[in-house]
Design a protein around this ligand. Structure first.
Ligand SMILES: NC(=O)c1ccc[n+]([C@@H]2O[C@H](COP(=O)([O-])OP(=O)(O)OC[C@H]3O[C@@H](n4cnc5c(N)ncnc54)[C@H](O)[C@@H]3O)[C@@H](O)[C@H]2O)c1
Length: 253
């Protein structure tokens, strides 16, 4: 491969799994990794993910909080593409509710997707990456890895857990030349709050104006950071939560 080929298509011949690939940040990440040469297993519980099927994109309809989904996703990558180089733990959900009103099922469902799902997929990916002595895992965190405001206790707890999973697993994984990192995303104009707000993307676009940058991100701005962390360009980054939040974690306005 020539130097310019590597610059444009750093993932040529590699295989990736992206969870939550049917929408928002996951969809943008799938498109970017694929455009840069990766074959991608696109996992989502929304069967709209099937429409993404094409050469180099293998959709898988699955709930990431289930153990068998992680097993199936990794098996699909290995059977289809003969390898697994990249895992992007992106799928996530949110509720806005004060703790005093929150049911145990609501709390558990947030942890099951945002924290346990990432654990399950990371474990299965490591079972292939560790023997191969190569790989990168990127978790999609949030400014809620560190910060909080009222009504996001379940979400903030799950993203705090994800940040600590990132750090602890990174220490085990680097022994096998597998780098584990996270992106700490700010507000992004996606569908994640559609079940809470009449116009979810509009709400996020407005909420993003609280960041020093005075706007929310578009999904591709987070996908670029994910792709960077997954690539050899990030070869010395281990166990980091790289903030891409328009300064939200520095100061709210
Ligand atoms: N949008 C934001 O403002 C923002 C901010 C910080 C962090 N994040 C994080 O970014 C990630 C992606 O969110 P988004 O904003 O793109 O949301 P989105 O709702 O647009 O996309 C999330 C996708 O994940 C899928 N998904 C949800 N639960 C799943 C499950 N159990 N199994 C399989 N798929 C599942 C959904 O079907 C959807 O396609 C999440 O982890 C979220 O916490 C988003």
């Amino acid at each position: 491969m020539t130097t310019s080929n590597f610059a444009n298509r750093p993932f040529d011949g590699q295989a990736a799994i992206v969870t939550g690939a049917a929408s928002g940040i996951g969809l943008a990440t799938l498109e970017l990794l694929h455009a840069q040469g990766a074959n991608v297993v696109a996992v989502d519980r929304d069967d709209g993910v099937r429409a993404l099927a094409r050469p180099g994109v293998e959709p898988l309809v699955a709930d990431i909080s289930r153990e068998e989904s992680a097993v199936m996703a990794v098996r699909t990558a290995v059977e289809r593409y003969g390898r697994l180089d990249i895992l992007v733990n992106n799928a996530g959900i949110i509720i806005n509710k004060p703790v005093i009103d929150m049911t145990l099922d609501e709390w558990n469902s947030i942890q099951a997707v945002n924290a346990t799902g990432a654990f399950l997929f990371s474990r299965e990916a490591m079972r292939v990456m560790a023997p191969a002595g190569h790989g990168a895992i990127v978790n999609v965190g949030s400014y809620a890895c560190y910060q909080a405001f009222p009504t996001i206790a379940a979400y903030a707890a799950s993203k705090g857990a994800l940040a600590q999973l990132t750090r602890a697993l990174s220490l085990e994984a680097i022994e096998h030349n597998v780098r584990v990192n996270a992106v700490g995303s700010g507000d992004v104009v996606t569908n994640i709050t559609n079940h809470i707000h009449e116009d979810g993307p509009k709400f996020l676009a407005e909420h993003g104006r609280n960041a020093p940058i005075r706007r929310a991100a578009q999904p591709n701005e987070i996908a670029e950071v994910i792709a960077f962390l997954a690539s050899e360009k990030a070869s010395y980054i281990v166990g980091a939560v790289v903030m891409a939040d328009g300064g939200m974690s520095v100061a709210l306005r």
